[in-house]
Design a protein around this ligand. Sequence first.
Ligand code: AMP
Length: 359
Amino acid sequence: MVMAVDENACHPNVAGPSDLRKGHGKRECPKVGSPEREEKQRRAGDIVLTGPQTSPRKGYGQKVPADLAMVKEVDPLPWYSMADLDVGMRLGSGKFGSVYVARDRRSGFLFALKVLHKSQLIKHKVEHQLRREIEIQAHLKHVNILNLFSYFYDSDRVYLMLELAPGGELYSLLQQRQRFSEARSAWYFKQMVEAVMYCHSKHIIHRDIKPENILIGLKDTLKIADFGWAVHAPSSRRETFCGTLDYLPPEMVKNAKYHSRVDVWGLGVLLYEFLVGKPPFEDKHGGQEETCKKIKKSSVQFPNFISREAKDLIRKLLAKNHAERPSLLEALNHPWVKMNCDGHAEMLQKHYGGYLPSK
Ligand code: AMP
């Protein structure tokens, strides 16, 4: 089945101008707890919501944190089944299943359908992690965060209905280009800082910011797509060790307490990787101990082509002591970001695409 991406199509359950909606408009959907929905669930089998996706650089010393008692139940979302959808070409696959282009038959709305196999999720004991990922992602609504519209399941699989990101993984683009220009890096960095600021405003720490977890939407808009390691952080500092080794801050490598400034470090590693093409603490021989040592020292080497201003920002973001790292707002106001983005937003949008902030 061939499908074109329709920028104007709205999810039937998303508020928007009704004339943009195709087909029959808002669906009549059984509410959570209603007899109709319960019957659908009974027919579908056990409720087993489970596990996040993996990528080549995932999974170092990961423990599922015993936190998140604070995360609220997911709001009632429309209940779908495969009978409501047309499924098209495969967009990619991960450890627990594949992602396809799909269309809601009634409204014509296009989205990405992630199909996860329960057997794999149970085998890898990631049910709790997927549940948390769904709870978090369903509550976050930001232009730079991949929208989770809804989910459903049957006896063998869990289905996530996600915003379509036609540009694919940022990691693949970076591999193709080897590294990004300073202007493009600043533009991407700004989008990611804004997304993480939004997460922090909702008391969510992401903890695993890296190119593999970022997708490219329409007009080069970046979308954080993976919340497998995100946590809801109401007030206390946490001690859980998780995330990807290359992106771990010293306090997490040392298994010490940490808080939201771990994401400032993660953004520093991300910016370095944009500009240089590889993360700053990577060991040439793939040695994890060497990487840990480098992280603990926070010793960053820069190639000659990196500008003085970019080095200054990265050094600040990668401060060994988390208290010395800038706030996200300070990072956005750094001269390097201003120099590359401010006043040129329209020009940058024309050149790279992306989202133009409202004035
Ligand atoms: P994942 O299982 O999340 O790692 O996804 C596997 C692959 O599917 C990714 O590497 C992407 O290329 C593709 N993919 C995942 N989600 C989306 C999406 N929302 N839109 C477009 N492609 C996607």
